[in-house]
Design a protein around this ligand. Structure first.
Ligand SMILES: Cc1ncc(COP(=O)(O)O)c(C=O)c1O
Length: 494
C-alpha cells in the first residue's frame, strides 16, 4: 500500500482524533513502523511531498519527523533523506524477521503457578475494616485536625531526611517511642534498635517469610486463622500446617508436636477470628516447643490496645527466654488502616539481616508520616486517642453483646472475650454461614462467615462480627436485625 494511503488510514484512528495535527502524523508513522508495515531501512518521503499527499502544512510534517528522530524511530542520512531506523533485535534478524510480529501476539500470557494459586480465590471481600453496619464506616474518632497540624510541621519546609528513604529500620524517635510504649503497655522486652518500621503487618509477615524460610518449609497456621497471614505464606510457597484452636487458644496435638515447623503464626492476645485469649499454659507450651525445634513464633498483636475489662495481658514475647518470638504490631486498627504503618520487633541477632531485608526488598519511606506519628505518641495524643476509642468501641461492644444476648436463640452462642474489635456468633453445624452472610449483606449488615477462615476441616459455622468504626446509633437496630435473621435461619435449618 502506498505510504500516504497507509498513513491517511492511521490519521483517522479514533484515539488520535483529539491530538494536534503534528502529533497525529507522528502517531500514524510510529504505528506503521511498530507494526512493521514500514520496515527498518525504508526511506520516508520528503517532508514537502508527504505534506502535499496528506493535505497538511509542511511545518506539521517537519515537527512530526523531528519527534520521530528524537525518539529513535527514524534516522537522517545527510544528503540522502530520512529512513526508518533498524531497531529489530539482532536475534530476530533474517529468517525470523518475518515471523516476529505474529510470534509476540501468539505467546501465552499466563500467570505463574504461584500467581494462579494466589489469585484463584481472592480474599479481599474479607478485609478487616471491622464495620458492622455495611458501608457506614465511621472514622470520626480519628483526630484529623491534630494529625494535619503534626504533619504540617514536617511538610512546611521538609528537610532532606524527610524526603529520603527510611534507612536503618525507620525514623529513630518513632522507634524509641514505640519501644517505650511496648515495654510499658505490652511487657515486650526490647530496645529501640530491635524495632523496625514497616508498611503494616502484611509487609512484616512477608519479610519474616522471605528471610526465615525456604520454599516448602512448614509453617504452623492457626485453624481457623487470619487470611492475610495465610496469603503471605502461600505467596512464599510454604507448607501450611493447620493447628486447631480450642478455648485456650492454639492446640497442637501429638502429631503436630512431632513436626519441625520453621514458623509458627499466632495471635495469642486475641485469636483471630475466634475471639479466644491464649492461656498461660498454652503460651508456655508454644515457647517451649519453639525453643526445642528452633522455630520462630510470629506473634501478631493486632488489636490488643482494645481491652475493655481486667488487666492488660502481657505479650508472648515478654515471656520468651529463648529469643524465638518476633513481635508484630500495626496502626491499622488503633489509628486507621490506610496509614500503612506497622512495626516488627526482632531478637537482637536478627536486627541487621532484617534491616538489610527491609531496605533491599521493600525500600521503605514515608519519613514525614513516621515523624508526625512519633510526635503523636511522644506528646501524649496516642494515649488519649486509645482511651477515647477504647471507650467508644467498648460502648459499641456492650450494646452489641447486650442486644445479641437478649435476642438470639440459645442455639447461637456468643463469644465472650473482653478484648478486640470483633466477636463471634457460633452457629449449629447445619447452618450455612456463607448464605447467612449474603442475606445479612442485603439487609446492610456486614459480617463474615467463620467457616471461610478455616484451612482444613473440621469447620465450625458462625459469624465474625467486627464493630470498630460502626456508628453507635445504628448498632442496636442492626444487631436486632442480625439476631432475628440468625434465629430465622436456625429455625429453618433445625
Ligand atoms: C489478625 C490481623 N493481623 C493484622 C492485621 C493488620 O494488618 P495490616 O497492618 O497489614 O493492616 C489485621 C487487620 O485486619 C488482622 O486482622
Amino acid at each position: 500500500m502506498p505510504l500516504a494511503e497507509l498513513l491517511l488510514a492511521g490519521l483517522e484512528a479514533s484515539d488520535c482524533a483529539d491530538l494536534p495535527a503534528h502529533r497525529r502524523v507522528f502517531e500514524a508513522i510510529r504505528r506503521a513502523i511498530l507494526s512493521h508495515q514500514l520496515p527498518g531501512g525504508a526511506k520516508l518521503p520528503s517532508t514537502r511531498d508527504l505534506a502535499i499527499d496528506l493535505g497538511y502544512s509542511r511545518n506539521t510534517v517537519l515537527v512530526a519527523y523531528d519527534q520521530l528522530l528524537a525518539e529513535g524511530y527514524v534516522e537522517a542520512r545527510t544528503g540522502s533523506g530520512t529512513y526508518v531506523a533498524d531497531t529489530l533485535p539482532n536475534y530476530l534478524r533474517q529468517s525470523e524477521k518475518e515471523a516476529a510480529p505474529q510470534l509476540t501476539g501468539q505467546m501465552p500470557r499466563r500467570l505463574s503457578q504461584r500467581g494462579l494459586r494466589l489469585t484463584a480465590a481472592p480474599s479481599d471481600r474479607y478485609y478487616e475494616i471491622q464495620e458492622f453496619v455495611a458501608l457506614a464506616n465511621d472514622f470520626s474518632a480519628f483526630p484529623h485536625k491534630l494529625w494535619q497540624r503534626l504533619q504540617n510541621k514536617y511538610w512546611r519546609s521538609p528537610t532532606a531526611a524527610m524526603l529520603d528513604y527510611a534507612r536503618s529500620g525507620g525514623y529513630l524517635p518513632l522507634r524509641e517511642a514505640l519501644a517505650e510504649y511496648l515495654r510499658v503497655s505490652r511487657s515486650v522486652r526490647l530496645s529501640a534498635d530491635q524495632v523496625l518500621i514497616t508498611a503494616g503487618t502484611q509487609q512484616s509477615l512477608d519479610l519474616c517469610a522471605r528471610l526465615l524460610t525456604d520454599t516448602g518449609n512448614m509453617v504452623w497456621m492457626e485453624n481457623p486463622g487470619y487470611w492475610g497471614a495465610r496469603r503471605i505464606f502461600e505467596a512464599n510457597d510454604l507448607n501450611l500446617r493447620p493447628i486447631a484452636i480450642d478455648a485456650d487458644g492454639i492446640n497442637p496435638d501429638w502429631m503436630d508436636l512431632e513436626t519441625w515447623p520453621r514458623l509458627i503464626y499466632a495471635t495469642p492476645s486475641h485469636q483471630y477470628p475466634t475471639d479466644v485469649v491464649m492461656s498461660l499454659s498454652r503460651r508456655r507450651l508454644l515457647l517451649e516447643f519453639a525453643g526445642r525445634r528452633g522455630a520462630w513464633i510470629l506473634e501478631d498483636d493486632y488489636d490488643s490496645e482494645f481491652r475493655y475489662g481486667g488487666r492488660p495481658l502481657a505479650s508472648l514475647q515478654g515471656l520468651d527466654t529463648h529469643d524465638r518470638v518476633i513481635y508484630l504490631g500495626t496502626f491499622s486498627k488503633v489509628l486507621y488502616p490506610g496509614i500503612r504503618i506497622g512495626y516488627i520487633v526482632v531478637p537482637p541477632d536478627l536486627i541487621e539481616p532484617f534491616r538489610v531485608g527491609l531496605s533491599d526488598i521493600h525500600r521503605p519511606g514515608q519519613m514525614a508520616v513516621q515523624a508526625a506519628l512519633s510526635d503523636f505518641i511522644k506528646q501524649g495524643h496516642f494515649a488519649s486517642h486509645i482511651r477515647n476509642v477504647r471507650g467508644r468501641y467498648g460502648q459499641c461492644r456492650a450494646l452489641l453483646q447486650h442486644t445479641l444476648q437478649r435476642t438470639l436463640v440459645a442455639a447461637a452462642r456468643l463469644s465472650d472475650a473482653d478484648t478486640g474489635l470483633h466477636l463471634v456468633i457460633r452457629l449449629p453445624q447445619q447452618c450455612d454461614d456463607v448464605a447467612l452472610v449474603a442475606e445479612a449483606w442485603r439487609q446492610r449488615i456486614d459480617v463474615k462467615p467463620l467457616s471461610a477462615y478455616y484451612l482444613a476441616p473440621p469447620v465450625a459455622r458462625g459469624l465474625v462480627v467486627g464493630y470498630g468504626y460502626t456508628p453507635l446509633d445504628e448498632t442496636v437496630p442492626s444487631a436486632k436485625r442480625l439476631a432475628e435473621l440468625v434465629n430465622r435461619h436456625i429455625a429453618a435449618t433445625a
